[in-house]
Design a protein. Structure first.
Length: 248
């Protein structure tokens, strides 16, 4: 009888132990599922927040590029208006160097002020989502605008470096030797070529803006309206700037 009771108790213990193991396993699986679901939800929320932040950056980048391209169109227009005046002045300076007759005023020798508004590249961090959202064509146009604007700025800088050589004319009539004249002749030829290149590139920049439907954007500077074309050549030499200047 004792043996029967012991066997019965052992079976009951085994069943209870098995139940406990099964219950523990179920709880473990349940808790594991809860943890996994929690991790997936947290990861999903993080991805959602990250996507929203990325899309906000993409929108901000798009607005920046449109503004910079609009400003570059405006400065392109100013340069294209001014370039015929600059060419005419270069011709006069080259003639003065050849004939030995100098301009009356030193300010007639210097190249007038005027820079260029450049389009900076799309941030590499969001280049792919930017392209996905706005398309390859628009992204490529911004890339071309960046390349073209920097080339224009480089050519303007080089034109200033070459133009500065005309400072030799400030020595006065009859003070230039043949070496000086040769140097000024070469500088004048180089400046003329650079001005022609700038004019062509500015036209290309203008066309890129047209393709995207981005209008020129004028500066709200209260004194020198950066990028606003002058009304005539005299205004350039009077204000020593290729941009329109407001007098108070």
């Amino acid at each position: 009888m004792f043996r029967a009771v012991r066997d019965s108790s052992a079976k009951a213990g085994a069943l209870f132990h098995g139940y406990r193991l099964q219950r523990t396993a179920r709880l473990f699986i349940f808790e594991l599922l809860v943890v996994i679901v929690g991790v997936l939800i947290a990861q999903g929320l993080a991805n959602l927040v990250g996507d929203r932040a990325t899309q906000r950056q993409v929108s901000e980048e798009h607005s920046r590029l449109d503004f910079e391209l609009g400003r570059s169109r405006q400065t392109s227009e100013a340069w294209r208006v001014a370039i015929p005046c600059l060419r005419k002045r270069v011709d006069a300076l080259m003639e003065a160097s050849e004939s030995g007759r100098s301009p009356l005023l030193e300010r007639d020798i210097a190249m007038p002020g005027g820079g260029y508004y450049m389009v900076e590249p799309i941030s590499s961090d969001i280049a792919r989502p930017f392209r996905d959202r706005y398309g390859a064509d628009r992204s490529d146009i911004y890339f071309l605008a960046n390349e073209t604007s920097h080339r224009i700025a480089d050519n303007i800088y080089e034109a200033r470096q070459e133009w500065a050589k005309f400072g030799l004319l400030s020595l006065g009539p009859g003070r230039l030797n043949e070496i000086d004249k040769s140097q000024l002749r070469a500088a004048g030829i180089r400046v003329r070529w650079l001005l022609k290149t700038i004019d062509s590139q500015a036209g290309a920049m203008d066309e890129l803006g047209r393709q995207l439907g981005i209008a020129p954007i004028a500066s709200d500077n209260a004194i020198e309206i950066l990028g606003t074309p002058v009304s005539n050549c005299d205004e350039i030499w009077r204000n020593n700037s290729i941009y329109h200047v407001v007098r108070g």
